[in-house]
Design a protein around this ligand. Sequence first.
Ligand SMILES: C[S@@+](CC[C@H](N)C(=O)[O-])C[C@H]1O[C@@H](n2cnc3c(N)ncnc32)[C@H](O)[C@@H]1O
Length: 408
Amino acid sequence: MSPQFSEDDVEEEQAHFQNVVSTFQQYARYSLNANNRRRKDIHTIPLADRELLTRLGYGQKLKDVDKAILANAAFLNKIVESPEIFGHAIDADASEAGNGTPDPRSGETTHEHAHPHPHAHSHDRPTRPSDPRKGRYRPTEYDMDKLRSTIKLFVRDWSRDGKTERDLCYEPMKKALEEHFEGKDRSTLRVLVPGAGLGRLAYDVARLGFACQGNEFSHYMLLASYLILNRTQSIDEHTIYPYIHSFSNVSSRETLLKAVTIPDVLPSDLPPGSNFSLVAGDFEEIYGAEYTDENEPQAGKWDAILTCFFIDTAKNIVNYLRVLHRILAPGGVWINLGPLLWHFENNEHEYPSIELDLAEVKELARTIGFKLYDECTIDTSYSSNDQSMLGYVYHAAFWKAVKVSPAE
Ligand SMILES: C[S@@+](CC[C@H](N)C(=O)[O-])C[C@H]1O[C@@H](n2cnc3c(N)ncnc32)[C@H](O)[C@@H]1O
């Protein structure tokens, strides 16, 4: 039996989706306001100081940032120009297109590489839910932060600048996958990538010839990856300015205003007969459900599962590991890479959060019935700007695991 959702659940999901669309649409106004604050602040300092700033060209820099904001907004508006293709009704009064930015173009509405799932439940909730019937949603700083992170994630997944990071994270996982199934017919092997983000790892795996399904529950990610995966016409089609939103730890004007073109590959360029999909919804609800639908076989049916920067999104890591164990096929492999930045630690929504250390996670995995091997640490960044004056490195845990006994 599939899990049931109440009318309230469905309505809440609908309202949340609409708020996310609204956040995309109001990016320009919000970001221009934020930049305008800097402009106003110039007038609060003494005239002599202002003159020195003028000589530095600080005012001109603010104008350049405004232009970059409008360019980002034009791109973001393309992402949300046909939100109805996600199966949600959009309330025209509560939503708003344009906001002083170029008009979104119309586009095709096919949905090959992402589809709404009946159990889609996204947990990237804004801090201030709104009732769409009460007028246009006012995005919060939390919403905008999600959107700005999404813009930066395009660099990680779909730009040439992201290659170093991808090589550190995705390459070892792909290599482990290829080695595990050396000599096998890849097209018959089903690979799952939970928490697929903007979809690059899942796409790369499909490109290697495996049947690959990504799973993602964030509307920000799903909307953004849809544009790249399904509507890209050419390499470097879009230009974005990912680093304009903060003036802190910036080494030069060039780094602040750095333009990044995406995508670095043509996503439609998959081998003939490829099997690639993205399923929207909560990993535990979709893959952990206690039923087996003919169209969605789960238990023991995934030959490989690739979790990249994902397992620490668990509220209850015990259940995540149980689900991974249950759905992995005998002879299959679970490949993990990531830190333990427990996403729900100290969350404001009173969600439970179980926060184990790495040794405990590994011991738990063994207890549940995995045998871990090829364990190592990979130093990598996540969505970093290598020209920033601030950088941080994760000592990410890598392992491969096979199923050695059924979980009790
Ligand atoms: C840290 S990001 C990693 C994204 C991608 N794997 C990468 O390496 O760039 C974690 C992703 O998992 C998604 N996510 C978190 N919890 C999830 C859940 N329960 N079901 C599906 N996706 C989830 C988030 O929306 C986010 O996109």
